[in-house]
Design a protein around this ligand. Structure first.
Ligand code: NAP
Length: 281
């Protein structure tokens, strides 16, 4: 069956094009949007992700303040760094790259980020607001998944969405966002029984498992829309793309699907946060 490839790069480009203009307007008003990224330690993948996010900021005129702390950093020192950024009026968004070294209390660090600057949607306050339907900055990957659905005008209301995964940054918030747009949502996890049968009910299937090619072709209902948030070693998604493509009416590839849109959502939230500071004055 001929299916639609949901092109994340195209969606991301369209979002970034709109942001360029908004950044320009902010600069004319004397405000340069600024995202502070905090990297703790030397994990190569984390370093690459942070660098990529910073570079993407700069490409559209957002200032990237890059803070790199040594791996021996104690929780209290990290909290102090975040607190200083909370108080710095020139910083509009704060991103603490996950994971931090295991001796650090990551949750405490996330919760220290002020809600106005939580552009990555990691605080429990932000998550609560998202779940209740008035969150400003939902986690970026869930926001990206919704953006892709909106961009391609894929109907959500009344559809059965099956999300595989319930992590605080992905499965749970994307389930909430889909529910807020009137999907009937089933959230699956490692204790779900008869997983394949549950997935087969999905008109929209979101894979957020963290296991390469986990979602099989024969789990997919004919004509379903498949969004693969997975990003495993070797650029492999959580969905068996070739097999699932045979059944899906639309599907995101990996790479070039959810990933690029996730970064553009981070940029968008930073610009939103900068605009908020102006509207408050
Ligand atoms: P995570 O925290 O490890 O969560 C994985 C979830 O999958 C958990 O809820 C787990 O269930 C569930 N799960 C594990 N094995 C399962 C099984 N056999 N059957 C059903 N459910 C199962 O991972 P995450 O941070 O949400 O990330 C998920 C994937 O998205 C990863 O590939 C990650 O690299 C990718 N990701 C991509 C982006 C992006 O920008 N594209 C951003 C973030 C993450 P339990 O809760 O029961 O353990």
């Amino acid at each position: 069956m001929e299916n639609l490839i949901l092109d994340g790069r195209k969606v991301a480009q369209s979002i970034k094009n709109q942001l360029v203009e908004r950044v320009q307007v902010l600069k004319e008003k004397g405000v340069t949007p600024c995202l502070a990224t905090i990297l703790v330690g030397d994990d190569p993948s984390s370093a690459t992700y942070v660098k990529m996010k910073g570079n993407e900021c700069e490409k559209i005129g957002i200032k990237s303040l890059r803070i790199h702390l040594p791996k021996e950093t104690e929780t209290i020192e990290l909290l102090e760094t975040i607190q200083k950024l909370n108080e710095d009026a020139s910083v509009h968004g704060i991103l603490l790259q996950h994971p931090v070294p295991s001796h650090i209390d990551e949750r405490k660090a996330f919760e220290t980020i002020s809600i106005e600057k939580d552009v990555d949607g990691v605080t429990s306050f932000g998550y609560g607001q998202t779940a209740l339907g008035f969150g400003k900055y939902p986690s970026c990957t869930p926001a990206a998944i919704m953006s892709i659905l909106h961009f391609y005008q894929i109907p959500i209301e009344g559809k059965h969405a099956v999300v595989i995964g319930r992590s605080p940054i992905l499965g749970k918030p994307v389930s909430a966002l889909l529910l807020n747009e009137n999907a009937t949502v089933t959230t699956c996890h490692s204790r779900t029984t008869n997983l394949s049968e549950v997935v087969r009910l999905g008109d929209i299937v979101v894979a957020a498992v963290g296991k390469p090619k986990f979602i099989q072709g024969d789990w997919i209902k004919q004509g379903a829309v498949v969004l693969d948030a997975g990003y495993n070693k070797g650029n492999i998604g959580d969905v068996d793309y070739d097999a699932c493509s045979e059944k899906a009416s639309a599907i995101t590839p990996v790479p070039g699907g959810v990933g690029p849109v996730t970064i553009s959502m981070l940029l968008k939230h930073t610009v939103d946060a900068a605009e908020e500071t102006i509207s408050k004055h």
